[in-house]
Design a protein around this ligand. Structure first.
Ligand SMILES: Cc1cc2nc3c(=O)[nH]c(=O)nc-3n(C[C@H](O)[C@H](O)[C@H](O)COP(=O)(O)O)c2cc1C
Length: 224
């Protein structure tokens, strides 16, 4: 698979097979993904990798709290601005509706929507959970570096036959994560990734999200 093929084929997978990923594969993915660039080469990313019992224990901790009626702990950063505006709001809605449709969730079925939300915290049955944090004193340039790193993790994983779903949803359990993973106070949880082998028979994995064309690209000096 070349880079363009991987970029085109990558998608968020939301149903995984219960097949374990070898530890060495995960180590190699993280060694290779760390080739991602960062301003000043500061490499501001921090990664917490959970498999096996550790992964199951985290899922259990959220499951228990969810069963007790707790739906999260709030987030330490705003996942979206209050005034997301257009065309962003529509893009968000379109992919959300598509996802609900494929997951068999009725648009007004709040219970089913919450169930789908909860699937995040079961990692969509993925055997691997990664949580990404960044030092609190870092600013937008370093958050951008972190994003490049996470995308690189996702792409390199594909070379090992693995698929991913990035998960901001984990930001809403930052206290549980901090406690469970002993995350130092100077780090902030950005997001997680569910990683594993795709269940290709799952309808939800047929979701192909849309992309805008080149309307947000301004060309200069073309066609001269
Ligand atoms: C930083 C980040 C966080 C995300 N968080 C979630 C999440 O919590 N749950 C989820 O189901 N998808 C999540 N997604 C997946 C997006 O919905 C998805 O990337 C987008 O709709 C485009 O679809 P694609 O990844 O299939 O190309 C996240 C993606 C990114 C980049």
């Amino acid at each position: 698979m070349n880079v363009t093929e991987a970029v085109r084929a990558r998608k968020s997978v939301r149903a995984f097979l219960p097949k374990q990923v070898p530890d060495d594969t995960l180590r190699q993915i993280l060694i290779d993904a760390a080739r991602a660039p960062s301003g000043g080469n500061v490499q501001p990313w921090k990664t917490y990798v959970l498999t096996g019992d550790a992964r199951n224990e985290l899922v259990k901790r959220i499951t228990d709290q969810w069963a007790g009626g707790k739906r999260g702990e709030g987030t330490e950063y705003k996942i979206y601005p209050d005034d997301l505006g257009e065309p962003y709001m529509t893009r968000r809605r379109v992919v959300g509706f598509k996802l609900y449709e494929l997951a068999g969730v009725g648009r007004d079925d709040k219970v089913a929507r919450m169930k789908q939300m909860f699937r995040n915290f079961e990692l969509f049955d993925a055997p691997v959970c990664m949580i990404f944090t960044i030092d609190r004193n870092m600013g937008p340039p370093q958050w951008a570096d972190l994003g490049m790193y996470i995308q690189t993790v996702a792409l390199v994983a594909m070379d090992h036959g693995l698929e991913t779903c990035m998960q901001e949803a984990w930001a809403s359990w930052h206290k549980t994560l901090t406690e469970t993973l002993s995350i130092p106070g100077h780090e902030m949880v950005f997001c997680g990734i569910a990683m594993g082998y795709e269940d290709t028979s799952a309808t939800v994995n047929t979701l192909r999200s849309e992309r805008a064309g080149l309307e947000d690209v301004k060309f200069f000096g073309f066609g001269k």
